[in-house]
Design a protein around this ligand. Sequence first.
Ligand SMILES: Nc1ncnc2c1ncn2[C@@H]1O[C@H](COP(=O)(O)OP(=O)(O)OP(=O)(O)O)[C@@H](O)[C@H]1O
Length: 603
Amino acid sequence: MLVTIRKMFDLLSKREKIQLYVQFVALVSMAFVEMAGIASILPFMAVVANPGVIRTNRWLKHAYDFFQFSSLQSFLFFLGIVVLGLMVFSNLFKALTTWLTLRYDNRLNYNLARRLLAAYLSRPYEFFLNRNTAEMGKNVLSEARTVIAGILSPGMQLLSSSLLCIFIMAFLMVVDPFVAVAIIVVLGGSYGAIYLVVRRRLVRIGREQVEANTMKFKAASEALSGIKDLKILGRERVFLDRFAAHALRHARRNATVGVISQLPRYALETIAFGGILLIVIYSLESEKDVGKIVPLLSIYAFAGYRLMPALQQIFASISAVRVSLPTLEILHQDMCESPLSADPDVAVVDAQSLKPLPFTQKLVLEGVSFRYAGAQEPAVKEISLTISPNTSIGLVGATGSGKTTTVDIILGLLSPTQGQLLVDGSEVSGDTVANWQRNLGYVPQHIYLCDDTITRNIAFGVPEEDVDMEAVIRAARIANLNEFIEQELPNGFETVIGERGVRLSGGQRQRIGIARALYRNPVVLIMDEATSALDGITEEAVMDALRTLSGEKTIIMIAHRLTTVKDCDIIYHMEHGHIVNQGSYDELLGSSAWFQAAARTGT
Ligand SMILES: Nc1ncnc2c1ncn2[C@@H]1O[C@H](COP(=O)(O)OP(=O)(O)OP(=O)(O)O)[C@@H](O)[C@H]1O
């Protein structure tokens, strides 16, 4: 229990904790106000049943005389108004507390989801190589809410209902200790016994729910992302069934939790009703005057009316907390157990404001090796190379030889497991990575496009009001996109291209990727198979445009087609993670058998 509270508190900011304490005070006050509401019935019913009590009860007599009532009717009317007033106040207070709680919960849901996404975004690139994006999306979109609806809200309800129960029981103790103890033993004991039977099952269901929910998100995401393959292979049904199986499992677990937490109520209500009957019989046995029993019974009835839902709430809240424990574990792990977790929101820096790391002398990879987590062998091994500013570099080699890994190290996405990346003599690591990246333009193998206009895909992530249209047009021209945009797209640069650019060809997507990399006029342009999807003539046109940049930009390109890197100042040939040869195109053609063979086959 204490561990759960600590973990829940770890997720909250200082301000959110203070707001929670305020809520707690409001809930305690609410329990008191409710209690006063219940207690106020007593004098009213006492007078109804036995008007003579006005003379015998010190307080009632005092009130009667103080307000100078002249008839029983008017005094009863006054008492009725007081009781009603207390009820109205009690319910208004309850409404206010509910409003506070709802506001707090929804605000917290927003804050938690935002902080969780920030926690993910602040992680290094390597973290994402081993995590599933659908699962992370599910955590942000769904599990943040689960933690609030399943732990925090029930936790607060548990607290307030427990307090209310304690007040009601204390009140009943004063009225009749025997009946109060009987209620505790019968009702408390019944709920306690049910809880002992189901508690382990609840945590198990919670784990299964998390798993089923993850698989549900994954199945939906995979089916929709791979729609082209699904269609061709005719596998829609398989993916639908896969999703349905997990979704059904999730729905069934939800239903089971509902049944476990709600059903005991009916049994317990029957027991409580039986209890009231027993109290009537017991009271009639010990007190023959029915007039004296009526007020007592009305108190039991009203206390029961408040006590039963409160007890049920306690049980349902504990059940909800237990089911949601596995979700809390996940969120706690992802938000609080990362090295950067102090405040993920702060860790997500706005890199636009950073100063670029100067690159005027040389970029050096010094004995760099890198091994992916879980891999047997390093993907690149003791690579050393030096790149001067404004030169062009080609990386070639068989598939899987380590070209992309090398480029990812230069991009600062992967940090070497051995050796270092130096720019003008200073090591690029930790805090300086973001400064180094300010110099870079990068065209990956697979271009990610968003469902937005061409302009917003080129000026990717730039706020609308800051988009530099001249830079967009210049970048599009170098990427040989201008003609296509202006002549073939209905709204030119403002044409929306569909999710992941589904309305574009592979070559058009690639050219948007190139234009995006060029938009901010980077010092270093890095391209990983950036022209592989272009036809020969378009590639030639793009390369011609890029040539106009050579001498004013450092260009690093990975290519399978040797013709693409023909004009590079130095070409590095990689094999099994090593650089095995280097030189100009002509030099390698003279010295490398692999190069000669590759040139012959035209790859
Ligand atoms: N995330 C990863 N986890 C484990 N191993 C990986 C990962 N990414 C790449 N590798 C391995 O590292 C090696 C180098 O891969 P890399 O992508 O750098 O090669 P490449 O020369 O760029 O290949 P290609 O030309 O096919 O793009 C390969 O053996 C690959 O299987």
